[in-house]
Design a protein around this ligand. Structure first.
Ligand code: TPP
Length: 574
């Protein structure tokens, strides 16, 4: 009998699943798998400098492409380093398969060198986990892992393989599921009659409503129903609010786009929600940063919630109607039932509220340049413009810059705005950008990080260089952990406890890594520098040194209702 190893079999199954790139870092307990990888040839491995980077890269790859991302780590510290990345993917519904080496089967439970019960550790942050007990199970386990990761609300799945199982010999003819046999996402079955009734009731509510709004989230991106969103909004003249993770579900420049809701949302989005008589949530989970004080959210509205995930219903917000189904089915049905309408009065009311988070005060006359120390919003506004011009993918980290970028982002198609929304994991942007750029090599990928978050994953600059990835990496350096400082300023009487942060000289750092680096600290240098940087062929680092104590507005203080937001101009609660 011709034999192959469990590791060889795993490589074959990965190829069969359509995987061509893995993000990982090797070690003792995963050596047999890496040996198979060396021989397999058809899988490209990206050597990340930290396993957290590998998990975020798999996540970025998945968000940008819509395919499942794969990360690999050894047992013990390698596996535990994946945890933050898996949690980020879990919170935001991103399909990832994590493959970990485990100590050899006879050593499990003996506190062997680098033994961690990673299945136990990751239970709360994965959809499922497998411990592979014999090599012949590898095909069925991997097939199931990929199905689970991509089915329903997508998310991460862990496959833990003991070292002896990776090395064990199996028959080379071991059955690998053929072309999609038993594979592909799990079909959800609904009571179609019940679904029809709920959707018809929703259509009726929409018809009767005088002040309806659509609230779209990442579910629209995942289900590929962005076209339906545009169609419904147009045919029924409906305002569209997009959550942080739904910003790429609807073009920002559409006249019916109200922007982002919630803590740093626009006046137009937040006041419309508070004034609405119907809120139709589409693939959105009404999380606490979106709804403000739950009892005070949309007080006059009926709430309808369309989501594939039954556990999202009434988690934080009441639902007068809940439609648990794939949006591709429920939303399509709804569009066919909703008539054409014009909502002139509602729009007159909505238009009294600012659409822009920070309206441009005095537009500059042509030929004149803004002068003086660089502002953070100003810098991000220009970066957002460059991203739009290049039809690029924007990947933000976590903090003030993340909110400014969300507010300034131009039109984005699905998979063009990547950020760790649910977990809010600093250090996400650079590795996720690597994943996105590898998944979408034809697109320009822009990483935007704060000086704090950038220092949490800057080791991945070496990955960028080794892989020759043409990332545009913008570091917004305000010398502070800006978002935390903003809260200290507002709620802790400016006691800036441990938020002032120093960092490396990025020109020297860029030089050390061999990455061309541009630095800007004055407004008048901004445009030309970004222009030159955008033209670089390979990776480029752009160091934007901005004024230190700029705040993100609008802001809904935590515990307040959305209509109690503070804006840049009034700064007093309404
Ligand atoms: C891993 C992690 N640790 C801590 C935090 C808490 N936190 C949220 S925003 C923030 C400050 C981010 O600072 P920086 O990266 O400089 O970005 P800025 O807010 O200045 O734009 C911190 C510490 C977090 N979100 N993630």
């Amino acid at each position: 009998m011709a034999s192959i190893t469990g590791g060889d079999l795993a490589c074959r199954v990965l190829s069969q699943e359509g995987v061509y790139v893995l993000f990982g870092h090797p070690g003792g307990a995963i050596l047999p798998f890496y040996d198979s990888l060396y021989k397999h040839g058809a899988l490209h491995h990206v050597l990340c400098r930290h396993e957290q980077g590998a998990a975020h890269a798999a996540d970025g790859y998945a968000r940008a492409t819509g395919r499942t991302g794969v990360c690999v780590a050894t047992s013990g510290p390698g596996a535990t380093n994946l945890v933050t990345g898996l949690a980020a993917a879990y919170m935001d519904g991103v399909p990832v398969v994590a493959v970990t080496g485990q100590v050899a089967s006879p050593s499990i439970g003996t506190l062997a060198f680098q033994e961690t019960d990673i299945l136990g550790v990751t239970i709360p942050v994965t959809k499922h986990g497998f411990l592979v007990q014999q090599a012949s199970d590898i095909p069925s386990v991997f097939t199931e892992a990929f199905r689970l990761a991509a089915s329903g609300r997508p998310g991460p799945v862990l496959v833990d393989i003991p070292k002896d199982v990776q090395a064990a010999l199996v028959d080379a003819k071991t059955h690998i599921f053929s072309e999609r046999e038993n594979s592909g996402p799990i079909e959800l079955s609904y009571d179609i009659e019940a679904l029809k009734t709920e959707v018809q009731e929703t259509a009726k509510l929409l018809k009767e409503a005088e002040r309806p709004v659509l609230l779209a989230g990442r579910g629209v991106v995942i289900s590929g129903t962005d076209d339906l969103l545009r169609q419904l909004s147009e045919q029924n003249d409906l305002p569209v609010i997009t959550s942080l993770l739904g910003l790429d579900a609807f073009p920002a420049s559409d006249p019916r786009a109200l922007g982002m809701p919630g803590m740093h949302g626009t006046e137009r989005a937040n006041y419309s929600l508070q004034d609405a008589d119907l809120v139709l949530g589409l693939g959105v989970r009404f999380d606490d940063r979106v709804i403000g004080r739950p009892e005070a959210f949309a007080p006059n509205a009926k709430i309808v919630h369309f989501d594939i995930d039954a556990t999202a219903i009434e988690r934080t917000m009441r639902a007068d109607i809940a439609v648990v189904a794939d949006l591709a089915d429920s939303f399509k049905m709804l569009c066919s039932l909703v008539p054409k309408a014009r909502r002139t009065e509602w729009w007159q009311r909505i238009r009294q509220w600012n659409r822009e988070a920070a309206p441009v005060k005095e537009p500059l006359t042509a030929g004149y340049r803004r002068m003086g120390p660089l502002g953070a919003r100003e810098a991000i506004r220009s970066v957002a413009q460059k991203i739009s011009e290049s039809k690029g993918i924007a990947v933000s980290d976590v903090g003030q810059h993340q909110m400014w970028l969300a507010q300034e982002l131009g039109d984005a198609v699905p998979g063009s705005h990547l950020t760790s929304g649910g977990l809010g994991a600093m250090g996400y942007a650079l590795p996720a950008g690597i994943g996105a750029a590898i998944g979408k090599p034809e697109r320009s990928v822009w990483v935007v990080a704060g000086d704090g978050g950038f220092q949490m994953s800057l080791q991945e600059l070496a990955t960028v260089v080794q892989e020759g990835i043409p990332l545009r990496i913008c570091v917004i350096d305000n010398g502070y952990l800006g978002m935390v400082r903003q809260w200290q300023e507002r709620f802790y009487e400016r006691r800036y406890s441990e938020t002032q942060i120093s960092g490396p000289d990025l020109i020297a750092l860029g030089k050390a890594y061999g990455i061309p680096t541009w630095s800007v600290d004055r407004s008048e240098q901004l445009e030309s520098t970004l222009g030159f940087a955008a033209m670089e062929k390979g990776p480029v680092l752009i160091w934007l040194q901005v004024r230190q104590e700029e705040n993100v507005y609008p802001m809904v203080p935590s515990g307040a209702a959305l209509n109690e937001m503070v804006t840049e101009t009034d700064r007093v609660p309404r």
